[in-house]
Each structure stands twice: as C-alpha cells, then as structure tokens.
Design a protein around this ligand. Structure first.
Ligand SMILES: NC(=O)c1ccc[n+]([C@@H]2O[C@H](COP(=O)([O-])OP(=O)(O)OC[C@H]3O[C@@H](n4cnc5c(N)ncnc54)[C@H](OP(=O)(O)O)[C@@H]3O)[C@@H](O)[C@H]2O)c1
Length: 264
C-alpha cells in the first residue's frame, strides 16, 4: 500500500524488537528514512542489519539511548536530525501485586513510559509546527482502560499518555501537524511469546491452550480472542503516521481486538 511516506524521516523509540521493529519495517518498505532505538549498540546494529537484509537499499539507521537515563536523552536529541514523524513507542512493565511495588518502580515506569515521549515531543513539536507538517504518535495500551490488578503502575503510565497526546494535539489547532495515540491490545511479541512458551512447558499444555486460557481468564472482553501480531499493530501506526490520516487529530486509534469495549 502507498501511504505517501516516501522520504519522511521517522524516529521510533524502543524499536529493536516487537511493535517498534515491525513499524520500522513497514515504514522503510514505504520509503521512509527510519531511525531505530534501543538501549545497546549491539541490539541497535542487529536490528539495522535485520532490516537492511530484508529490505535491501532501505534507509535505516539507529541510535542507542537508554530512556531511563535523562542525560542520554539530551545526547540523543543533539544527534537527531529533523524529524517528520515521532513515534513514542517505548513502554516497559512488570507484573507485580500493588503491595509488592516499591516507590522507585512507579517512578521508573513513569520516567521510561511517559517522560520519554514528553521530552522528545517538547523538542520536536515546535519544529513540526514551524514547518506546518508533522506526526506525533504515542503508543498506549488496552491496560490504560482495563487496568489489570498486576499492572497498576503500567496502566497509570498508559492512561497518562492518552491525556498528554490529547493535550499536545490541542496545541496543533489549525495546522497540518497531528498528535494521536494508538492503543494496542495483547500483542504477540518476542517477550510475550517466550512467556507463553514457558507457561506451556510448566503446565504441560499446548501454546493454543495457554492462549485460550489467557483470553478466557484475563482478556475475556476481547472480541478476537487471540493475540494480535506486531504487524497488525504496526499497520495502524503506519496509517496514523501517514499524510493519509490528515483529518484524525487528538484521537485514539484502538487496535485492541475490541477488548476495551464501548462504542467510541
Ligand atoms: N506487547 C503487547 O502486548 C502490548 C500491548 C499493548 C501495548 N503495548 C505497548 O506497545 C509498545 C511496544 O511494546 P512491545 O511489546 O513491542 O515492546 P517490547 O517487545 O518489550 O520492546 C522492547 C523494546 O524496548 C526497548 N527498550 C526497553 N527498555 C528501554 C529503555 N530504557 N530505553 C530504550 N529502549 C528500551 C528494547 O530495546 P533493547 O532491548 O535493544 O534495549 C526493545 O527495542 C509499548 O509501549 C507497550 O507498552 C504492547
């Protein structure tokens, strides 16, 4: 599909694997110049090699930055060129009961999941407004609304992102810049897949049985009753990143398989 993304420059946080990497793949395939990111030089160069091998001639580069370290973010910003599309994809979580979570874990998830996007947007939004074109996309989660008992800090960060995304969109009024959030449901990334494999081994069940159990017990509201692939989520991110989505601003695009519910 032609999303009119040829030549657009893109930065995607947390994109050496999972949804971020699938998004990078789709965007380079569309002719965009993509800068990927992860914490280490090795993971970044592996991801670049992977994309270059799969899409010869693609315009992909990368910068290693750990978003839990504010000084590294300042360095990153100094190295980044002009960006047309900023995808605030990075998100970390830890499954724990509320009573086990130490104060510093709340702050860490806030720093990484929320402040990464805040700091990058604060830098790039004025430039986008000046050239009167740009896209900022925040990746939220179904957990912003479902709030699983073992993921309360994560859900707090993902709900915050929705407010920030809407607030920033309001600053774009009357321009060709848009700010939107994409809200994925449970998605089969490498991390999720190895967790499912371990559970299957432990309980002597097939992967399909583990998936069915998860949707029955933990995501009963899902209408698709299966994990989305990271490419299915990336398809929505590519659309909202593109000039084709010009009338969508301040919005939330759900790719949750219906889990959040509601008619809007
Ligand atoms: N997977 C799901 O079921 C799901 C559902 C709803 C929403 N989401 C959201 O979608 C987004 C992507 O999720 P995902 O599951 O694709 O993620 P993932 O597979 O866990 O992605 C890991 C990526 O994050 C990078 N990363 C981790 N900590 C980092 C840090 N401190 N600084 C910089 N990079 C860091 C990793 O880089 P290195 O390892 O190379 O350092 C890697 O590129 C997140 O915001 C997540 O909350 C995911």
């Amino acid at each position: 599909m032609d999303y009119n993304l040829k030549g657009k420059s893109v930065f995607i946080s947390g994109s050496t694997s999972g949804i971020g990497l699938s998004t990078a793949e789709l965007l380079v395939e569309e002719g965009a110049k993509v800068i990927i990111n992860g914490r280490s030089e090795i993971s970044v160069s592996d991801a670049i090699d992977f994309i270059k091998t799969k899409y010869p001639g693609s315009k992909v580069s990368g910068i290693a930055t750990d978003f839990s370290k504010p000084l590294e973010i300042q360095e990153l910003i100094k190295r980044l060129p002009d960006i047309d599309i900023l995808i605030n994809n990075l998100g970390i979580y830890e499954s724990k009961t509320f009573f086990e979570i130490e104060d510093n874990e709340w702050y860490k998830q806030f720093e990484v999941n929320v402040m990464s996007g805040v700091r990058l947007s604060k830098y790039f939004l004025p430039q986008m407004l000046k050239k009167n074109w740009g896209r900022i996309i925040f990746i939220s989660s179904e957990c912003a609304s479902l709030v699983p008992n073992d993921l309360i800090p994560y859900s707090m960060t993902k709900a915050s992102i929705l407010a920030i995304s809407r607030g920033l969109a309001q600053l774009t009024k009357g321009t060709n810049v848009t700010v939107n959030a994409v809200l994925p449901g449970s998605t089969l990334t490498k991390g999720v897949s190895s967790f499912l494999n371990q559970s299957a081994k432990k309980s002597n069940k097939s992967l399909k049985e583990i998936e069915d159990d998860f949707f029955l017990e933990s995501r009963n509201s899902s209408l698709i009753q299966r994990f989305a692939s990271s490419t299915e989520v990336a398809n929505a991110i590519a659309y909202i990143s593109s000039p084709l989505s010009s009338a969508t601003n301040g919005s939330v695009l759900k790719v949750d398989g219906g889990s959040v519910g509601g008619i809007l």
